[in-house]
Every structure is written in C-alpha cells, then in structure tokens.
Design a protein around this ligand. Structure first.
Ligand SMILES: NC(=O)C[C@H](N)C(=O)O
Length: 356
C-alpha cells in the first residue's frame, strides 16, 4: 500500500463565502473526503496534517521556508507529499520548495479557484488529481510540481495566468509534464532538476525587491528598496530585459556598490538577453544576472537563495554580484532555463547590438 501525506495550508480550496468575504475554515480532512468522491484508491493511504489555515497572499517567505523544512523532514516517510495551498503565491512557494528539495519523493501542490461548497467547485477534482499523480510511479523524481485543471506543471516556470479561470496555471515555453484525467495518468516529459540551492535550515531569506519597469519609470522605487535594506534587486524589465535610462544607471551604481541585480521580463514568456545598448546590454556587461525565462517572482527567490548561500551571516564583500550571478547561472543551466554557453557570463549575442 502506498502512503501519501497531505499537508493543508489554506487557500481558496479551504474557504467558504460569508459576510465580509471568503475565509479559510474547512478542515483538510474534509477536503480529502470531497476529493475521494472524484477519486478513491483503496491501495493508497492518505495521512492528513494541518499546517496552516491562511490565504496565500498573506503568507511569507518564512512560512514557505517552514513548509520546506517540514517537507524535507517528511520526505523519507512517504511515497509522496501533497500540499493544498492558495493559488495566488503557489508559483513562488512551489519554486522555493523546489530550491530546497533533494529527494526523489514527489511534492505536489494544488488548490482551487472556487470555494469549498461552490456548485462548480474545482477543489475536489484538483486534489484528486494531485493525489493520483503523487501516488503514481510516474511522479517519482519529478521534484515539486503543481496539479491544476487536469494538468501537472513543473515548479520552475509555472505561473498563475488566470485570476478566475479554472485553467489558472501555465508554464509558458515549457508546457505541462503530464495530464491526469478520466483517461488516467499520462506523463509526457520529465523536468530537469537542479541540485538544491537551499540546503540546511533557513528561517528567512535576505531581502530582495522586485522593481517593475513601465513607461517613463524612474529610479525612486530602486532607491527605496536599497534604503529598506535590500540585499539584491530584480528588475521586471521591458521585453527582452530592458530598463529605462534612470533605472539602468541606478542598477549600475548598485552593482558597483556590491548589490546583486537580476533582470527578468515583464512579458510573461521567453528569455531575457543583453541586446540593447544603454539598457540590457549595459546591465549584462556590468554583471547583472539575466535570469533566463524565470518570472520576476521566481527570479527574486533564486537571487535571495543565492545571496543566502554566498554570504551566510555576512554582507558578502565587493564581488558578491559576480559570485551570486555565477551561482544562479549554474542553477539556471541545470534547470534548463539558460544555455550552457552562459555559464561564465552573458552569452555572446550573434545579433548586432541595437542602438536605442
Ligand atoms: N484561488 C486562491 O487560492 C486564491 C486565494 N486568494 C489564495 O491564494 O489563497
């Protein structure tokens, strides 16, 4: 008999509507009962543990790290771990759990877009799919995944792409690695699993802020982040990773001061690259990390984990941006998010640098 552990953390799947809005309150054992109407396998024993009962927009990095520690502790004791979670930050929590996960035990997050008891509730079906996937041999060695709307998404690259749609998740440019539905569990691909970056116990991560780019944005938010004690910043850049002249200049100052800078794209799909003079090309040449096709939110966690790994308890010193970028790049190459040609620095572009 296979043994799964089901960890309940809250989210819409465990909410009911009421005066003042939705609130978490449904016990995880009740969620399991509802899922069992969609799937019940007498050969699988599910052990339920209540971890937290919150909506995920109120969760913190410290909460996610505590969850990662619990998952690590339980990994040897079960054939699979399923976590019910809010969808708003699921892409970040899945990614962070992946940064800390080193065993073959599958870890599967799921949730719902509609509350418990809704006539069209998606929670029971999503949870049933997550349990089926976790109990199947196919999930072993796939690291951390998200089960939603009959599809299984890899933690690296998964994004919430719908605010209300039942098909709430996608991994643009990557696609689902399996389907789980009436036709059974059907794996199509296996995600590349980098070595865990977060080893040992971490109660929190260094502060890293995301600064978005928008028409005419100046460097005010970047300066505020620095004043607030940010140990790194991620630019959610235009297109292929560009920033306004003011932001670019402020990022170059940060790099000179020893603060790591990562660049991601606000577009939602595709890699970033140092193509444009006075913007991405300059940032890239100055040692900013170009974070492959990671979302700004996943890039933020990668940067924070790398800063933590480089400078436990210290401020790192002058070449911190270079060391952090190197560590992130080798992780991104292992994750298939960056070409191996980028390992020692920015990949040489064959295209001529475009003058802005
Ligand atoms: N669908 C959901 O779960 C959204 C909810 N606000 C949460 O993240 O907890």
């Amino acid at each position: 008999m296979r043994h799964l552990i089901l960890l309940g953390t809250g989210g819409t799947i465990a909410t009911t509507d009421g005066p003042g809005g939705r609130r978490v309150g449904v016990p995880t054992a009740e969620l399991l009962e509802a899922a069992n109407t969609a799937w019940n396998d007498s050969d699988v024993r599910v052990e339920v543990r209540e971890v937290r009962r919150t909506v995920s927009f109120a969760a913190t990095v410290a909460d996610a790290l505590a969850l990662a520690a619990e998952v690590r502790e339980l990994s040897g004791a079960a054939d699979g771990i399923v976590i019910t979670h809010g969808t708003d930050t699921m892409e970040e929590v899945a990614f962070l759990l992946g940064l800390a996960h080193g065993s073959g035990t599958p870890v599967v997050l799921t949730g719902a877009q509609r509350p418990y008891g809704d006539p069209g509730a998606d929670g029971p079906r999503n949870l049933a799919a997550a349990l089926r996937w976790a109990a199947s041999g196919a999930a072993r060695g796939t690291g951390v995944t998200v089960a939603f709307d009959d599809r299984i998404w890899p933690a690296v690259g998964v994004r919430k792409v719908g605010s209300l749609a039942l098909a709430a998740f996608a991994a643009p440019g990557r696609g689902p690695i399996a389907h789980v539905d009436e036709a059974g569990v059907r794996p199509h691909a296996r995600p590349l699993l980098p070595r865990p970056l977060l080893t040992g116990r971490h109660d929190d991560l260094p502060r890293v802020d995301v600064v978005p780019q928008y028409l005419g944005s100046d460097a005010t938010a970047l300066h505020a982040a620095r004043r607030a004690g940010a140990r790194g910043v991620v630019i959610a850049g235009f297109g292929v990773g560009n920033a306004t002249p003011e932001t670019t200049a402020a990022c170059l100052d940060l790099l000179r001061e020893g603060v790591p800078v990562a660049v991601a794209s606000r577009t939602g799909e595709g890699p970033v690259l140092g193509l444009y003079a006075g913007a991405s090309a300059e940032l890239s040449a100055a040692g900013a990390l170009f974070a492959g096709d990671l979302s700004p939110w996943q890039a933020r966690l990668l940067l924070a984990a790398s800063v933590a790994a480089e400078s436990p308890g210290g401020d790192g010193g002058g070449d911190l941006p270079a060391r952090v970028a190197r560590r992130c790049r080798s992780w991104l190459v292992e994750a298939g998010a960056l070409s191996a040609a980028c390992l020692d620095g920015p990949a040489a572009s064959t295209a001529p640098v475009t003058q802005v």
